[in-house]
Design a protein around this ligand. Sequence first.
Ligand code: GEK
Length: 279
Amino acid sequence: MPRVIEQLMRDSSATTTGLSERKNSNNPSKKDQKNVTKKTDAIYATPLQKMIDFQFDERVVAVFPDMIQRSVPGYGMIIANIGTLAAKYAQAASHCYDLGCSLGAVSLAMRQRINQPNCDIIAVDNSPAMIERGRELLARDAVPTVPVTMICADLQHVCIENASVVVLNFTLQFIPPAERLALMQRIYAGLKPGGILILSEKIAFNEPGRQNFHEELYHDFKRANGYSDLEISQKRSALEKVLIPETLACHQERLQKSGFSFSDLWFQCFSFASLVAIK
Ligand code: GEK
C-alpha cells in the first residue's frame, strides 16, 4: 500500500478510541503539520437547525479520511485489494480509471501495484475541494511509477477509452439511478477485452428483515467507531436523497445488460459490497 495511503489510514484509524486530532510523530515543520493533521469527522455531532443534502465540500474534504474509514466497513481492505486486482488485470499501454476518486486512495493503491509499461491512471471527481486536496497528496506520494492525472469533472462527461481497469469505488450510488445503465454501457464499450470493472456500493435488500439485520449491524459498526446516535441519524437524513442504494441483484442484472458476461462478488461486509466484472 502506498505510504500516503498508509498514512491516511493510520492517521484516520479512529476505530474505537482516540478520536482527537492526530499529528505525524516525526515533528514536521508548521507547513507540513498543516498537511498531515487529520481531523476527526464531527460534522453531524451537534443538532442541525436545517438539514441540507450531503455535499462533498471543503468541510467534508477536511475530515474525509476519518469519515470514510469510520463509515465504510472494510474500506482499507477494499482499497488494498483493488491494488491486487489492478496488478492482475491492468494491461500494457492502457488507461486505468478511478471514477469518483475523492482524495485518490484507489489511484494510489493501483499505482503502487501496477507493473505494466505505458499504463496510466485517470482519476476523476467533480468536487473541486476533493481534487485540490487529492493533488496535494498525490504530489507527496513521489513514487516514480505509473502516472496519475487527477481531473475535476463530472464522470458522466469523461471519455472512457482503451481501458483495462475501471473503478467505481462507492461512486455509482451518487449517480441518479436512471443514468446508471448508460454509464455502465459506456464503461463496457471503453474497456479492452479482458479488462475489468470494480464496482463497490452500499447495497439495499428487498426483504425488510434482511434490510433491518444489516442496517442494525451497520449502525453498531458506526457506534463502535465513535459516532453518536445523533450523528448517525443526521448523516442518514443528509444522505437520503443523495446516496441511492440498490440491491445486489439489481447491480448484477445491470452489469449483464451492459454486456459483462462474468461478474462476481469479491467483498461484502454488512450492507457494503464490491463486485468485479470482466469483459
Ligand atoms: C475512495 N472512491 O476513497 N462525477 C464525478 N465524481 C462524482 C460524481 C460525478 N457525477 N458524483 C459523485 N462524485 C473514493 C470514495 S466517495 C464515496 C468515493 C463516499 C464523487 C464525490 O465528489 C465523492 O468524492 C465520490 O464521488 C464518492 O475510494 O464518500 O461514500
